[in-house]
Write a protein that binds this ligand. Structure first.
Ligand code: ADP
Ligand code: MG
Length: 725
């Protein structure tokens, strides 16, 4: 390799790298760091007049309307707290449909009538902001002449400080809506779905004798997988820069086949990075807990302790930002794409969820008494029915260009949405299915209210890691979401579809009680009906297997492999009805999302196609033809001195160059072709025509990478990127 090639420079830089970051001061224990940059409940209680604090609590805990005078008092206290900590600015933080985090910053600094500088931050500025909404995707919800969008304070998610060596900013989590009140973001429907779930869950709890149940919330713990590579390699890969994934790259001689990376010792530089990430997260009140190597070389995982869904969502976004930012300080790039390296394990974001409150505890926890168990089974059945009715929707919310490369790739759950219950719970539902058929208590039947469940281990040995949605003892783990994704979309779909099923269950039981049926019999009846109708989504076997694909098809479960197919389910009649009925998303809002996501898919693939073309033409073809020329002149030289040259390699290279050229021209033609006018047709074109054409280019190029002299190859290889850290 030439000493001046970007590859060689990258390797030199990696080998001579020393940590340039000052060591952290770990004399301060994590407990005293935790939430030190959060204007949290404890801080508010200490700083706000009692009636103000109580009014705010009522809003946070019970959604009471917030009085303007309360907002003014909170704003003043919040500003004082932030200014004491060096803040000069505040920012409304929101979560547009891009899946990223957006923020608009304003200085506290103002000028009064006499021209004197003042520090201002009113209740109004806290409650509402007005960023220019025209540059955020809205899927046709807003005409350009009415581009106004509003951010509104989310009282339930605490404000926090983001530090920078040059100053600090007070960040206020907000919703983002249009002038007409339509949701333009991911948080608004999440909050709405949370309320809907609460209402229906409490109806069910009342049936079980909890007369005034506390509000029920969804708890979410998201495990984040990510890759780290040295920044020098990253910058020498235009595909990673443009698309977040490699569009070229031959298989390395050694991959992950030795299973020697998973849970292995963490490299020093990575460990130093993890310590700092955790410090930063703790300051922000994010309970980072678990860290380890993942399956692929260069792949890692971080998981915080579960929190309320809305907070978990905000924290998840902050976590992704923090990972990226801190990686830079350690000379690395954090890659959150679902499949950055072909043939190497992809990255997911396992979303663990449960429902509960502090009085009744975790509603997905099996109880000790028959009564508690019946209640647990009802909540489990609600999840099963939700998947049975809305599996398509649940598939659609994990659909995006990156995740298409991961789902079904034999290391991630397939695109078929099913539920894993584990042997024991599966057995229980089987018995329920039989139980009501006869009045007898014969072998293999289970009577609600009489039998206690067999003790379900909270960490069952038969843990299934192939299922998209697995019951793991006291929660469900949704394993299909992609590593780069916001968890809001998945949780909106789960909350809403589970709420609908709880509504159904409560309505059925209420009617039976009114007709004089006892509670236990009514519960038995409903559970049995649910298993009969939706038992086809329960699958305990190996979801990665080919047999499952066949069996799923015979059970009528769809296998939606690509984003355009899967997204269609988002805007289906059943999804529209679900969201409109519970006021989570109007038909208009839902359709706008469908448009935005479909268009984003098209944009993503289009960028990848252009990047493929550019790299093939300006980096790979020149390298290959240079080598071809070298071989040709050697052959000519040999001939000139009377020797018969061996033309095997030259012929091989010439053929491959011809293939690459042909594939590149074919792709170029498609890229320059006018795209179909409609959103869906355009996405389908990208999926069915552009992606295969890119694959053809890649095949020819990867073949060349395996055969061209290494010193001429311009792109860092998989081996270099994954193993030199
Ligand atoms: P795994 O063995 O699946 O890799 P991890 O410890 O990495 O487990 O992550 C499990 C995640 O599930 C954590 O975020 C954890 O806080 C979360 N979790 C645990 N219990 C619950 C619960 N009852 N509800 C929601 N999430 C939970
Ligand atoms: Mg884990």
């Amino acid at each position: 390799m030439h000493a001046s090639s970007p590859r060689q420079k990258a390797i030199d830089a990696v080998t001579t790298y020393t940590l340039s970051v000052d060591g952290l001061d770990y004399s301060e224990p994590p407990e005293s760091i935790f939430a030190s940059n959060v204007f949290n409940n404890a801080t508010m209680k200490a700083r706000l007049p009692r009636p103000v604090w109580e009014a705010l609590q009522a809003t946070i805990e019970r959604s009471a309307t917030l009085d303007r005078s309360v907002a003014d008092a909170v704003a003043a206290a919040m500003r004082d707290w932030a200014v004491e900590r060096g803040a000069t600015h505040y920012a409304h933080v929101f979560y547009p449909l891009t899946g990223l985090t957006a923020e608009k910053h304003d200085a506290f600094l103002g000028v009064d009538d006499a021209g004197n500088a003042i520090s201002e931050f009113s209740g109004k500025a806290l409650i509402q902001g007005e960023p220019d909404a025209s540059s955020f995707p809205n899927g046709g919800l807003r005409e350009t002449f009415e581009a106004r969008g509003y951010t509104g304070w989310d009282v339930t998610s605490p404000s926090y400080l983001i530090e920078n060596p040059n100053g600090n900013t007070l960040c206020i989590p907000t919703v983002f809506v249009s002038y007409t009140g339509d949701a333009l973001d991911k948080k608004t429907p999440l909050l709405r779905s949370q309320q809907v779930l609460d209402v229906q869950a409490r109806r069910v709890l009342r049936l079980f004798g909890h007369d005034e149940p506390e509000n029920v919330t969804t708890y979410v713990g998201a495990e984040q997988e990510y890759f780290l590579i040295d920044r020098h390699f990253f910058h020498a890969r235009p595909d990673l820069i443009a698309s977040g994934r490699t569009l070229f790259g031959a298989r390395p001689p050694k991959g992950q086949e030795f299973d020697d990376h998973y849970f292995g010792a963490i490299p020093d530089r990575v460990l130093a990075f993890m310590y700092q990430v955790e410090r930063e997260l703790w300051k922000l009140g994010i309970p980072a807990k678990t860290r380890h190597n993942e399956v692929a070389p260069g792949q890692f995982e971080i998981a915080p302790v579960f929190e309320r869904a809305n907070l978990a969502n905000d924290h998840q976004q902050l976590l992704m930002t923090t990972l990226r930012r801190v990686a830079g300080a350690y000379g690395m790039e954090c890659i959150l794409h679902e499949k950055p390296f072909k043939g190497v394990n992809g990255s997911g974001k396992h979303v663990n969820f449960s429902f509960g409150n502090s009085a009744q505890g975790n509603l997905l926890n099996p109880g000790d008494t028959p009564h508690a168990n019946a209640q647990f089974l009802v909540f489990c059945a609600a999840v099963i029915r939700a998947v049975g009715r809305h599996g398509g929707l649940i598939r659609s919310v994990v659909a995006h260009a990156g995740n298409d490369h991961r789902l079904g790739a034999n290391e991630a759950p397939p695109a078929i949405i099913s539920v894993f219950l584990g042997e024991q719970l599966m057995d229980v539902f089987d018995q329920i299915a039989k139980g009501g058929a006869t009045e007898s208590m014969g072998k293999g039947t289970l009577k609600i209210g009489v039998d206690t469940l067999p003790a379900l281990h909270s960490d069952p040995g038969d843990r299934n890691r192939t299922s998209p949605l697995a019951f793991t003892g006291n929660r469900f783990e949704f394993r299909a979401p992609g590593s780069a994704q916001s968890i809001a979309g998945p949780m909106v779909a789960i909350n809403s579809s589970v709420a609908e099923s709880l509504d159904y269950i409560a309505t059925e039981i209420e009617a039976m009680l009114d007709a004089g049926t006892g509670l236990n019999d009514a519960v038995q009846d409903v559970l049995q009906a649910i298993v009969a109708e939706h038992g086809n989504v329960i699958f305990n076997g190996d979801s990665y297997s080919d047999e499952w694909k066949v069996e799923a098809a015979s059970r009528g479960l769809p296998n939606l492999m690509t984003t355009p197919e899967a997204l269609a389910e988002m805007d289906s009649a059943t999804s529209r009805e679900l969201f409109a009925r519970y006021g989570v998303l109007s038909n208009r809002e839902l359709h706008s999302r469908f448009e935005v996501y479909m268009h984003r898919y098209t944009l993503t693939v289009a960028v990848e196609a252009r990047s493929t073309l550019e790299i093939a033409r300006t980096l790979l073809l020149p390298a290959a033809t240079r080598y071809q020329g070298e071989l040709a002149s050697i052959a000519a030289d040999l001939k000139a001195i009377g020797q018969e040259p061996d033309l095997t390699t030259l012929n091989l290279i010439s053929d491959a160059v011809r293939d690459l050229r042909a594939a590149t021209s074919a792709l170029a033609e498609l890229v320059h072709q006018e795209a179909p006018p409609a959103t869906v047709a355009e996405a389908e074109f990208c999926c069915n025509v552009l992606l295969p054409a890119m694959e053809n280019v890649r095949r020819a190029a990867d073949m060349l990478e395996d055969n061209v002299a290494d010193d001429l190859w311009p792109l860092p290889t998989y081996q270099e990127m994954l193993f030199i850290l």
